[in-house]
Design a protein around this ligand. Structure first.
Ligand code: GAL
Length: 857
């Protein structure tokens, strides 16, 4: 196994990181020679995504263990094959082992080497040559071990024992009810995020926090706090040089000299000024900046750390949310990370696809990562797309004992440190979802988030009348300063090197967490700059509003009014309000149609009152669960299903698109007269979701009606729906045509066929080209459609799949299309080093055959 050069921030993909590293040798006698390997060494790397895997047995960490019983697997990996429903927790609740063998290349031996894990559910014990490197508990954040000095020249054996069992006193697990169905989402075990071996020089930049300050003024600057980790004291001059560029243009550069380094972690701070020309990051125009932090020792560059940031000003206030000084209504959904067949183990491309779907298809400007830190590939995509993020610590409706609570605090540290450079993240969830009280714990978590970041407010969702009436969250503690920006308050900080920022020289100290930077999250009085004596506390009041519809009109789900004097965000709404186990594609059309109406209703109310910062519906995707309102291991509150295929409930979100970007006409019903459908058609109050300003409705090409958006129903939506009477006598089965107009011009015409005999099977791939690296994966969607491409939910039978070429099928075969409501998906993964076309052919006994092709290259 060879190593990748380190310098990759958590938020940059490995590929991009590889081109971002620096060059050179460390010039000090104590620290030794060059560390970068030759090109051949890089090429001969044993990939850390290929492992041997099996059940844990006694002795399986030993060097001489015979692994004949183990199977080659690819990481990301789930310990058990799954379907899209019917998950059985005992299938992953066990001990497992992953093994790997490698020779130590010169590149690995020269400098320092690290083994990193982006996420293992739920606990891991890591052995090198049968010696324990360490253990890690908790499934949602990265961890690492240093391998330096521990490698044999040849035949090293890595063995990772993964504990997939419940009740490990690890959040979000509940210690009192020791079973996975005790919380709302299943968490199948495995090495489900990437692993890597990285190499560094003996002194290297291990972390950079680059925090934009005074963003809305021409004096905007970048406060930089770098951690330099040194394996030994350095007495020669050390320089940190930071450059900021945008779209390939260098904007500013600054450097600072310190007189040496101590053994271990050293904090070096500086401020980069002269950034008046930077383009701001915004939801519509997410302009990113590249930051490079180069480490120079004795006049030679030894390392470079690259990261990406964005300059934006985000404020939650009692009068709404403001981005870059402009009021913005937060409009979004909650996201769980679980997929069919593999649990959380989907590689980068698919993580990113979720963000694309949320932003471009469902028109969200915000997502909540419920209820744990999610993949950095997902967050990278949010940065690139302009999708705002709430990220929160693992947990769900439960607080454990002091050991458990200490892990929550460490999770806050891990989450904020990993992700604080993402411009998309605008609030930290430092409180466990739907918990009350816990003042001591939450003082600690809020205070820690403030120390590590300080530029973002904190929050935690509460629910029910007690949550709504709970004492107002406290005010944020006054920040000491921006990192790297010297001011009077900084003297009381925790001993940073930044006092030298003005003169350009200084002394590095071992202090890890310097002063937090400015916080301006107004909750009435709490805007940070006044007094250092106010207690820590979250500054966004987040409420999971599941208020039930009163009386008959179910589509009008009421929202509680915003609490006065506090930044108020609705963090969840709708869910499965109407009853279990909605909303499946096999449920009645009336039930399915209601989902869009409920989501529209709560967003309409949030849009109608400036005091709501916004609303995040529950939720984007169906997810595996054995909890309340689940059916056969799946919960169905998603507006898209677990395959990420939009349901009728998504039509409201789809229709809120800016028509200059995309025209949408989505009926809130199916044009189908088969089994399971009402005999008189979609009915008298049929809803059409669209961003047109007029829709003409035709039956068999005869005009039935000219419609205008119904503002009386949802007065505050950008694009209210259209209502039409489509009640038909049982003898009449016409074709439906919807013509959409904007300012008098026909912009889209859609047809819907009543004739099931002409239905087709559709099989499509999300991507045309994949990397032949054995990891890259794309989704293959299989659907029954009418002859014009509209969905048919109530179908019989299963689909048989055949894959040819260098691809591996991830998914059920046959695929039960009837159970899934006429739409489902499988995934195809490439095979390492195998190039060429991959073809997937899907066949259904009634509606025929279709195929999709992808090229692995
Ligand atoms: C909320 C909870 C979510 C989910 C939802 C019901 O109370 O925060 O995680 O369980 O209920 O679907």
């Amino acid at each position: 196994m060879d190593g990748e050069e380190r310098g990759r921030p958590a938020g940059l993909s490995r590929r991009r990181f590889l081109v971002a590293v620096g060059i050179g040798a460390i010039g000090t006698a104590t620290l030794g020679a060059t560390f970068f390997g030759s090109a051949e060494e890089q090429d001969s790397a044993v990939p850390t995504d290929q492992w041997l895997f099996g059940r844990y047995t006694a002795g399986c960490t030993a060097v001489e263990f015979t692994d004949a019983g183990l199977t080659p697997v690819t990481v990301p990996h789930c310990v058990t094959p799954l379907s899209w429903q019917g998950w059985q927790p005992p299938s992953w609740e066990s001990l497992w082992v992953y093994r790997q063998y490698f020779d130590s290349t010169p590149a690995l031996r020269r400098g320092r080497a690290f083994l990193t894990f982006d996420g293992v559910l739920s606990a891991a014990s890591v052995y090198l040559n049968d010696k324990l490197l360490g253990t890690h508990e908790g499934g949602y954040l990265p961890f690492e071990f240093e391998l330096t000095g521990k490698l044999n020249p040849q035949s090293n054996v890595l063995a990772v024992v993964v504990d997939g069992r419940w009740n490990q006193d690890v959040p979000p697990d509940l210690t009192t009810f020791a079973k996975p169905s005790a919380i709302d989402f299943y968490q199948p075990a495995g090495m489900y995020r990437a692993t890597a071996v990285t190499t560094t020089p003996k002194a290297y930049v291990s972390d950079v926090f680059a925090s934009p300050v005074d963003v809305l003024t021409p004096d905007r600057a970048l406060g930089v706090r770098a951690t330099v980790d040194s394996a030994g004291a350095v007495n020669s001059p050390v320089r940190l040089q930071v450059s900021v560029s945008q779209a390939g243009m260098m904007l500013a550069e600054e450097s600072i000299e310190v007189t040496g380094l101590t053994n271990g972690a050293n904090t070096i701070e500086l401020s980069v000024n002269g950034l008046a020309g930077v383009a701001l990051w915004d939801v519509d125009n997410p302009q990113l900046c590249d930051v490079a932090a180069g480490l120079w020792i004795d006049g030679k560059q030894v390392h470079e750390y690259a990261l990406r940031i964005g300059f934006r000003d985000a404020k939650f206030t009692a009068d709404g949310f403001f981005l870059n000084g402009r009021r913005l209504k937060l409009f979004g959904l909650n996201r769980h990370q679980w997929y069919p067949y593999v649990g959380g183990a989907m590689p980068e491309r698919m993580q990113r696809a979720d963000a694309v779907l949320l932003k471009n298809e469902l028109n969200c400007n915000m997502v909540r990562c419920s209820h744990y830190p999610q993949s950095t590939a997902f967050l990278d995509a949010c940065d690139e797309l302009g999708l705002l993020v709430w990220e929160e610590v693992p947990g769900w409706d439960y607080i454990g004992d002091s050991v458990w609570q200490q892990r929550v605090v460490e999770d806050v540290r891990g989450m904020v440190t990993r992700d604080r450079n993402h411009p998309s993240i605008i609030v930290w969830g430092t409180r466990i979802n739907e918990t009350l009280g816990q003042a001591d714990l939450y003082d600690r978590t809020d205070q820690l988030a403030m120390e590590l970041d300080g530029s973002r407010p904190t929050t935690g969702a509460v629910k029910g009348i007690l949550g709504y009436q709970s004492p107002l969250y406290g005010q944020p503690k006054a920040p000491d300063s921006h990192p790297g920006v010297t001011d009077a308050a900084e003297e009381t900080g925790t001993g940073t090197a930044a006092t030298g920022a003005e003169s350009g020289t200084g002394t590095a100290t071992g202090a890890e967490n310097g002063a937090g930077n400015g916080n301006d999250t107004a909750t009435g009085a709490g805007n940070g700059s006044e007094s250092a004596s106010v207690s820590a506390g979250p500054s966004v009041f987040a409420f999971n509003d599941y208020s039930r519809p009163q009386g008959g009109a179910a589509e009008l789900a009421p929202l509680r009014p915003p609490r006065p004097e506090v930044a108020y965000l609705v963090s969840e709404a709708v869910g499965t309000l109407v009853g279990p186990p909605t909303y499946r594609r096999t449920d009645s059309v009336a039930v399915q149609a209601e989902q869009a109406m409920l989501h529209a209703s709560v967003h309409d109310q949030a849009a109608g009152d400036d005091r709501y910062c916004g609303l995040l519906g529950w939720c984007a995707f169906d997810y595996p669960s054995g909890w309340y309102h689940s059916a056969d291991g799946v919960k169905y509150p998603g507006v898209a299903d677990i395959f990420r295929i939009p349901k009728l409930g998504a039509a409201f979100y789809q229709s809120q698109a800016d028509p200059s970007r995309r025209i949408v006409i989505e009926p809130g019903f199916y044009w189908d007269f088969g089994p399971g459908m009402p005999r008189n058609g979609p009915g008298r109050r049929s809803v059409i979701w669209s961003n047109c300003d007029r829709i003409d409705v035709f039956l068999d090409n005869k005009k039935l009606a000219t419609l205008k958006p119904d503002r009386s129903l949802f007065p505050h939506l950008d694009h209210p729906p259209f209502l039409v009477n489509l009640s038909l006598p049982p003898t009449r089965r016409p074709e439906l045509r919807l013509d959409g107009y904007l300012a008098g011009n026909l912009v889209q015409s859609r047809r819907f066929s009543p004739d099931r005999s002409q239905d087709v099977l559709s099989c499509t791939a999300d991507d045309r080209v994949l990397a032949a690296d054995g990891v890259d994966t794309t989704r293959i969607v299989v659907r029954v459609l009418d002859r014009y491409g509209a969905p048919r939910p109530y179908v019989d039978g299963a689909v048989q799949l055949a894959v040819s070429g260098p691809g591996t099928l991830i998914g059920d075969n046959p695929l039960d299309l009837a159970a899934a409501g006429g739409a489902a998906a499988v995934w195809v993964r490439t095979q390492r080093g195998q190039r060429g076309p991959i073809t997937v052919v899907a066949s259904h006994p009634i509606v025929g055959t279709d195929g999709a092709q992808v090229t692995a290259q």
